[in-house]
Design a protein around this ligand. Structure first.
Ligand SMILES: *Cc1c(COP(=O)(O)O)cnc(C)c1O
Length: 413
């Protein structure tokens, strides 16, 4: 069946025809039949260079042999036991060592779950109620963080979800990114803030980059008001390097949430923190958190294979950075847009200057983006179907792929 037919049927059976909102491309999304390396192959017979990479997890590209081998080996021994498995402490050891100051980790099944638990934990630890979040920051699809959220919520223009109680959201304070003074002023007036949650580099409307010393400043402000700092590194963890943004920028949060890359393409999430905070998590402490699929052996096997591979090939981070630099340096002209990149994260914003925050991101010319996106698809390149999502490269993208991307960029804008 063709994509158009599959979607027509799916629309009758599933809300919007999809399992997650960003995938609902108009007039219909393409359906994928298989993937390999940096390429997706659609049921309609197209071969596309993938710069979406499942929205972040696939830093090694599709069907990487090291991950495939790990999954196959685990399959032979079973894929769900409901008991601890030896690779849990092994993976915990690697992840905590990679994030200095994060002494303990709890594995969960998605990024959403990890931020939900981290927020509960912060409230349990501080005995305070409010949280501060960044406008345009996306931390998954649960109530506390579905206010002015990035990702699909911004794309579809529904940054505030129906069904979320005003009473709940009243405890979520929004502040603009890259503005430490607003944070300082808020905390000086509100002594009931348990935590600030932030994507250190805004990924779900970006990349929007932190200005010089911004992350250091919010660290010292939160510290001085006894507010826990949660770095949501679900995208940036192992994407910006081993240890993510916190190591890259040299800032130590109190709690960290991870997901995406650490599952190697299978569902996973994790939250990490200082030992004295993590000791409050059940069954060690009174903050409840649990999950049937938490620490499932298949996700752990894929994740540990990915992280080990990255440890053994640290130089790939420089190579990835070179690739996005090559794209930038070969843009024929900036037109009326701006190209932003950080490591293997990049995007062309239809806006004169790189946006500093959510407000500026929303000024982008989304109609021009739509036209550009379709032309790129016709040129054989799959970008995330939104002006607001980050584009990614993987280690599987070849020099030939990069050349094709550059040519397309120059003819499609
Ligand atoms: C993707 C994402 C999440 C949610 O993770 P899921 O696995 O989709 O639940 C949370 N925070 C950030 C920063 C993300 O990019």
């Amino acid at each position: 069946m063709k994509s158009s037919e599959l979607f027509a049927n799916a629309r009758q059976l599933m809300p919007g025809g999809v399992s997650s909102p960003v995938r609902a491309i108009e007039p219909y999304p393409f359906y994928t039949s298989y993937a390999n390396g940096s390429h997706l192959f659609t049921v309609d017979g197209y071969d596309l260079i993938d710069c979406c990479l499942a929205y972040g997890p696939l830093i090694l590209g599709h069907t990487h042999p090291a991950i495939k081998k790990a999954i196959k080996a685990q399959l032979e021994s079973g894929w769900l036991y409901g008991t601890p498995v030896p690779i849990e402490p092994e993976f915990a050891n690697i992840i905590t060592a990679d994030h200095p100051g994060m002494g303990m980790v709890r594995f969960v099944s998605s990024g959403s779950e990890s931020t939900m638990a981290a927020i509960r934990l912060a409230r349990g630890f501080t005995q305070k109620r409010d949280i501060v979040k960044i406008e345009g920051g996306f931390h998954g699809a649960h109530d506390a963080v579905l206010v002015k959220a990035g990702s699909g919520a911004t794309t579809l223009g529904i940054p505030d979800s129906a069904g979320v109680l005003a009473d709940v959201v009243a405890h979520t304070r929004q502040i603009p990114y890259n503005d430490p003074e607003v944070l300082e002023s808020l905390l000086s007036k509100n002594s009931d803030v348990a935590a600030m949650i932030i994507e250190p580099v805004l990924g779900n409307i970006g990349p929007v980059l932190p200005e010089k010393n911004y992350l250091q400043e919010i660290r010292s402000i939160t510290q001085s008001y006894d507010v826990l700092l949660i770095f949501d590194e679900v995208i940036t963890g192992y994407r910006l390097g081993i240890g993510g943004a916190q190591v890259k920028y040299g800032v130590k949060p109190d709690l960290t949430t991870l997901g995406k890359i650490i599952g190697g393409g299978l569902p996973i999430g994790a939250f990490l923190g200082r030992r004295e905070i993590m000791d409050l998590v059940a069954p060690a402490g009174p903050v409840y958190q649990a999950g049937t699929f938490s620490g499932n052996p298949l996700s752990l096997a894929a994740g540990i294979a990915t992280v080990r591979w990255l440890h053994d090939h640290r130089h790939v981070y420089n190579k990835l950075e070179e690739k996005t630099r090559t794209i930038e340096e070969n843009l024929s002209d900036r037109g009326k847009g701006s190209f932003v990149r950080l490591g293997s994260m990049f995007k062309y914003f239809f806006r004169n200057t790189p946006p500093r925050n959510y407000c500026e991101v929303k000024e982008c010319d989304t109609l021009s983006f739509q036209r550009f996106w379709i032309r790129m698809l016709e040129a054989g390149i799959f970008l995330p179907p939104s002006q607001f999502e980050t584009n990614f490269l993987s280690v599987a993208h070849t020099d030939q792929d990069i050349e094709t991307i550059i040519t397309a960029y120059n003819s499609c804008r």
